[in-house]
Design a protein around this ligand. Structure first.
Ligand code: CP3
Length: 344
């Protein structure tokens, strides 16, 4: 199926573009009233994730209502630990919660399985992608995604979010071989999972390392980047985006990765990053998600300043992290319109 709008893919590959492509991390769900209405009628978040035609509907909402240049499949990074044998619940106002966690080698058999057919346990994601592709009918590309092994590891060790991730970091000092065994298993499975998404129709894939920034440089390179690289090396079918949030010190090494695009959070200075990574990568980002709390005029100015700071056709415009749930969708529209009107 030919895409009517393939700006995202051209920008990722470093081809010519007539304007910058724009989408928002976490655009599906969170901010749209249409999402809230559907979500409210269901038993919970997981029902939405696991019912392919509903996941497809929510995936397409931002394309219809915000006019973004890409859709991202509605799912969650936590479907991977769940498929491995760690059930989670999404608790309102708290976030994800895992009853069991990985504490020792003996937990691996039951709670860190990876030797199974991904379609058996994650076939609902494949179906959601197939339905979405059909319904999008080539309007915009569809992004597939997974959590990076380090970020998934953190959830499997902590059992939920954390301010310090000290349990996860403790394991790196006390039992590094267990940490590597678990990271290898997650990596193996994630590669097969992303390939399933690509086969189903994902046009580009992004790997989210949301907690990259909690490790020092040496540890991130050993326990984080190493596994991101394995994934990037294994995926050659479509463009790959690596987003290692907060991993500023690792950028010179991240810039050796076999990927097309490097995601920047809002703490990173685009001009500096360009100097570090060179011309062979597309950069994605990086407006502060909180900038969308400013008034419309200010959002326009902040967005233009951000675009000026990149000044390159190898740019996919986004926020520096996911859009916050209480952002007014009209503010998002101002951001998107400013990007689309910007002369390249
Ligand atoms: O980008 C998109 O819109 C596609 C869907 C998507 C979701 N989660 C849906 C979701 C994506 C790409 C994610 C990724 C994700 N999930 C990450 C990595 C990106 C990031 O933001 O750093 C992480 C760390 C998670 C884990 C997670 N899922 C948390 C911590 C929470 C609770 C708090 C929150 O963000 O809402 C979730 C739940 C979740 N994932 C919701 C949605 C729409 C909210 C669930 C609800 O409707 O109650």
């Amino acid at each position: 199926m030919d895409l009517k709008n393939d700006l995202l893919l051209r920008a990722a590959r470093g081809e010519d573009i007539e304007r910058y492509p724009v989408w928002l991390m976490r655009q599906a769900g969170r901010i749209l009233p249409e999402y809230r209405a559907l979500r409210g009628s269901l038993s919970g978040f997981k029902e939405l994730v696991e019912t392919p035609h509903l996941a497809a509907e929510v995936t397409i909402q931002p394309v219809d209502h915000l006019d973004v240049d890409a859709a991202i499949i509605f799912s969650d990074i936590l479907v991977i630990p769940e498929a491995m044998g760690l059930e989670y619940q999404m608790i309102k106002g708290v976030g994800p919660h895992f009853e069991q966690t990985i504490k020792s080698e003996k937990d691996l058999d039951q709670h860190a399985q990876f030797d199974f057919n991904v379609e058996d346990r994650l076939g609902y994601v494949k179906e959601a992608i197939e339905i979405t592709k059909k319904e999008l009918n080539g309007r915009v590309p569809l992004i597939g995604f997974a959590g990076a092994p380090w970020t998934i590891f953190c959830y499997m060790i902590e059992g939920g979010g954390s301010k310090t991730f000290s349990q996860s970091r403790k394991m790196l000092y006390q039992n590094p071989s267990l940490a590597h065994e678990l990271l290898n298993r997650i990596t193996e499975l994630t590669i097969r999972y992303l390939k399933m998404q690509i086969k189903a129709g994902a046009d580009l894939v992004q790997v989210f390392d949301s907690w990259a920034g909690i490790l020092g440089q040496d540890q991130y390179e050993e326990f984080g980047l190493k596994y991101m690289n394995k994934i990037a090396n294994a995926i050659n079918e479509v463009p790959v985006t690596l987003f290692a949030k907060g991993a500023y010190a690792t950028l010179p090494n991240l810039a050796q990765a076999n990927c097309n695009t490097i995601g920047l959070d809002w703490n990173m200075n685009a001009a500096e990053v360009r100097k570090i990574v060179g011309e062979n990568y597309t950069l994605q980002g990086n407006l502060d998600p909180c900038a969308l709390y400013a008034n419309h005029d200010e959002i326009q100015n902040l967005t233009k300043n951000m675009l000026d700071s990149f000044k390159s056709k190898r740019h996919i415009v986004n926020l520096g992290h996911g859009v916050y749930p209480d952002i007014d969708p009209n503010k998002v529209k101002t951001f998107i319109k400013t990007v689309k009107d910007y002369e390249i």
